[in-house]
Design a protein around this ligand. Structure first.
Ligand code: NAP
Ligand code: ZN
Ligand code: ZN
Length: 354
């Protein structure tokens, strides 16, 4: 066992605060990682505030983890000490079901999430603790390699925001000659814009924030639409092959299904605490349109995404913060006021606070 420092939520209402706990002894196939940076995903806030109704406390959030290997189990062959590595939303799965065998571990009925999930090593009696901490022990098959040319802090958000947008764009075969919409310019949305552009699509960003228009173009959008403006929306009726919706709050989906061509798909990745208003069926049947969902991505695809980022020089636009600012950062995310992902510098855990 080795002591870890962290910040934790102790209930859904109070601010996160310092916390110490033990990480498990390394098993033969485990890797121990010194966590250098951890992104702040909106899912952290949903879970800290128990908005999905499944939270257990104390909770150490964080599933956009980047660091260096500092210790190896006796049978680890994939990594050496000093390697730059990442850990995303999953730390294990059953490995035998059809989803696991097809490298879609995120859809395994027994996938083990990085935090707020019973830890199988404790027979489920203790919850996993995530990346707002100074080190972590993870089974080697769920650890990702990070190329040397990627900035480590700006790479952390790729482990969730990156793969969650890359995976559906690849699944629906987004590419040249297609018109693709991304809804919401937050952590996920800004990665969606970068990936859709790099994959060769014509990219339109939908935002509720007029002050993000120039940024969206800089990030790769060919056009930006203020989604509250009905005339701007109407100009794009029946024109999209695919729309990826990252919004974290319930809203009217008909406004977006209307914009799809025949056979187009609106894919939801945002997970609001309350359901969206029910979509109009007529919008779907008359053009055989689909509304779909997508969950993060498998381990193999996450490595493919990281390698794609290294080849195309893609990382997240980040605001680096010390852990002591995490509660203010949450408030700013809730106001859509982050450009475009907060990343915690875990070296700040060693700074004494009053
Ligand atoms: P985020 O940084 O807060 O971005 C969400 C964006 O949605 C905001 O920046 C804002 O963009 C827009 N938005 C917010 N409130 C809105 C409202 N009331 N109406 C319309 N637009 C609104 O959040 P994130 O970290 O990208 O996460 C987004 C969602 O994805 C969360 O629900 C999260 O839990 C979920 N998620 C899902 C998966 C998955 O596997 N499916 C993985 C990770 C996260 P504008 O200012 O541009 O309008
Ligand atoms: Zn996430
Ligand atoms: Zn499985």
């Amino acid at each position: 066992m080795s002591k870890a420092k962290a910040y934790a939520a102790f209930n859904p209402h109070d601010p996160l605060a310092p916390f110490e706990f033990e990480r498990r002894e390394l098993n033969a196939t485990d890797v121990q990682i010194e966590i250098l940076y951890c992104g702040v995903c909106h899912s952290d806030i949903h879970q800290v505030r128990n908005e999905w109704g499944n939270s257990s406390f104390p909770m150490v959030p964080g599933h956009e983890i980047v660091g260096k290997v500092i210790n190896l189990g006796s049978e680890v062959k994939k990594f050496t000490i000093g390697d730059n590595v990442g850990v995303g939303c999953m730390v294990d799965s059953c490995r035998t079901c059809p989803d696991c065998l097809e490298q879609q571990q995120q859809y395994c009925n027994h996938s083990v999430f990085t935090y707020n999930c019973p830890d199988p090593h404790s027979n489920g009696t203790v919850s996993n603790y995530g990346g707002y901490s100074n080190h972590i022990v993870v089974e080697q098959d769920f650890v990702l390699k990070i190329a040397d040319n990627l900035d480590l802090a700006a790479t952390a958000p790729l482990l969730c925001a990156g793969i969650t947008t890359y995976s559906p764009l690849k699944h629906w075969k987004v590419g040249a000659g297609q018109k693709v919409g991304i809804v919401g310019l937050g952590g996920l949305g800004h990665m969606g814009v970068k990936f859709a552009r790099a994959l060769g699509a014509y990219v339109v960003l939908f935002t509720t924030s007029a002050n993000k228009v120039e940024d969206a173009k800089r990030l790769g959008a060919h056009e930006v639409v203020i989604s509250k403006n009905d005339d701007e929306m109407a100009a794009h009726t029946q024109s999209f092959d695919f729309i990826l919706n990252t919004v974290a709050a319930p809203h009217n989906l008909d406004a977006f299904t209307n914009l799809l061509k025949r056979d187009g798909t609106l894919c939801l990745v945002g997970v609001p605490d309350h359901p969206h208003p029910s979509p109009t069926v007529g919008n779907l049947i008359f053009k055989r349109r689909s509304i779909a969902g997508s969950l993060i991505g498998g381990i193999q695809e996450t490595q493919e995404m990281l390698d794609f980022c290294a080849a195309h020089n893609i990382t997240s636009d980040i605001e680096l913060i010390p852990i002591q600012q995490i509660n203010q950062a949450y408030e700013r995310v809730l106001k859509s006021d982050v450009k475009y992902r907060f990343v915690i510098d875990l070296a700040s855990l060693n700074v004494e606070t009053a």
